[in-house]
Design a protein around this ligand. Structure first.
Ligand SMILES: [Zn+2]
Length: 452
């Protein structure tokens, strides 16, 4: 090589090195200790038991909990050792009813605002969500595929997301946020703005339902969400109405099951719940206006109830005198009744928050979980937000974006872990203040927070 070509060669190498380095930066900064981690002297809440374990040691290798032992585990060279000092190690929390795209913006912004801005806002909120100890969310409506992909690629920190994609609704149903001036719709005509951005899709026949369901599956939906009855926040859906026909619901169930996954529905009333179950729906969201007979049907059919202890502040957030406030006033007393029925009939009950359009309320995510102690022991509430919610996530079958065991601390499970300063089984309010009490937050074997 002559001196000139050697110089060109060296410059070329340097350029390649710079490109590689910036490519690595573009992937986000992986925490240094992404290899193996050893938690020493921790007491474990495993996601199921009502008591903490004896003092134990837990070895994480890669993204898997490799070994749990009350006997010492030797720290090999290169293993990051964390002295637990008797603190509690528990599974990362799971919120089974979340809308990552609909927390920071207000409704008008969510639909009409700039899509790039909304995605960045959702990404920032996703990082906050992880920093509250929520390592997984089941997203039941919203154009979240981009944010999920950015998190999974390591561009930003955030929870695992089980996306539904667009909520599928009927004309006037819960999730139809169009103005009256946008009527009538021509089938096959131009899509409304909320449909263009993938927030919700309108389908008024089994054929239309099939198209919309398959479009969500094509984008990577892990489950499908339909609204089977009226809701509080949408302007033209009274709470008493049933929306989709049984044939339409069945079309969604068929399309989802052909892809190995399931349909969950927003439903309050006995009629909407019963019709959904008849059509093969596997999970009911909310259920706030159900009666005894419907609770029995849910129990007998083995269907999930995914419900939420909605905070009073959310009801009061609807302006007095508004249609939404009147609907909220009707629905709210049903929350306590629903939890009592869920207990009495031993329903498979998942927990979620359904926070919408409020960053302030999102900060209460852990407090909303802690509020379950109105009906459950702290251990039962925490088990619901870990092992039980993970069981619901597993219903996604082959469409599960994160195969592996979540929601438990056991050998072979995915390493989503929280190190808590104190015992949340004795004082569940610890989870309401994650900034103070969660000393370590680990997702997929990586430490995202270390405040020790
Ligand atoms: Zn919701």
């Amino acid at each position: 090589m002559n001196p000139t070509s050697r110089r060109i060669f060296v410059v070329a190498l340097a350029l390649i090195a710079v490109c590689l380095a910036s490519a690595a930066r573009a992937q986000g900064n992986p925490p240094a200790n992404a290899g193996a981690t050893l938690f020493q002297n921790v007491r474990i809440f495993d996601g199921k038991a009502a008591l903490l374990s004896a003092p134990s040691n837990v070895l994480i290798r890669g993204n898997i909990i490799e070994r749990i032992s009350t006997a010492p585990i030797a720290a090999e060279p290169g293993v990051t050792v964390i002295a637990g000092n008797g603190r509690t190690l528990m599974p990362g929390l799971i919120d089974a009813h979340w809308h990552a795209m609909l927390i920071r913006p207000n409704p008008a912004q969510a639909i009409s605002g700039d899509v790039g801005y909304n995605n960045i806002a959702a990404g920032v909120e996703a990082t906050d969500t992880l920093m509250r100890g929520f390592t997984t969310v089941r997203d039941v409506g919203g154009p979240v595929f981009g944010v999920k992909a950015a998190i999974d690629a390591g561009l930003i920190a955030g929870p695992r997301i089980y996306p539904s994609g667009a909520v599928i609704t009927v004309t006037s149903g819960h999730g139809d946020f169009r103005q009256l001036s946008e009527l009538p719709r021509t089938i096959g005509g131009m899509l409304s703005r909320m449909e263009q951005i993938g927030a919700s899709m309108i389908a008024d026949s089994p054929d239309e339902v099939r198209v919309r369901v398959r479009e969500q599956l094509m984008q990577g939906a892990s489950q499908i969400k339909l609204t089977a009855g009226g809701g509080v926040s949408s302007p033209f859906s009274p709470t008493d109405v049933s929306t989709f026909t049984e044939a339409e619901l069945r079309a969604a169930v068929e399309a989802a099951e052909n892809w190995g996954t399931y349909v969950t529905v927003h439903a309050f009333t006995p009629a909407a719940i019963q019709r959904s179950i008849a059509a093969g729906v596997k999970c009911i969201e909310h259920g706030f206006l159900m009666d005894e007979a419907t609770a029995r049907l849910i129990a007998d059919s083995g269907v999930w109830l995914s419900t939420q202890p909605l905070p009073e502040a959310l009801r009061q957030g609807f302006p007095p005198g508004s249609v939404q406030r009147a609907k909220a006033d009707e629905v709210w007393p049903g929350i306590a009744r629903t939890y009592e029925l869920a207990r009495r009939y031993k329903l498979k009950t998942a927990w979620g928050t359904d926070v919408l359009f409020s960053q302030v309320l999102a900060q209460q995510q852990g407090a909303i979980l802690a509020s379950l102690v109105r009906w459950y022991s702290p251990a039962e509430a925490l088990a619901m937000a870990t092992e039980t919610n993970a069981e619901l996530l597993a219903l996604s079958g082959k469409r599960n974006p994160y195969p592996g065991k979540l929601g438990v601390v056991e050998q072979g499970a995915l390493a989503d872990l929280l190190l808590v300063d104190g015992n949340p089984l004795e004082n569940i309010d610890l989870i309401a203040d994650p900034a103070k009490n969660f000393k370590i937050i680990m997702k997929d074997g990586r430490v995202y927070k270390n405040a020790l």
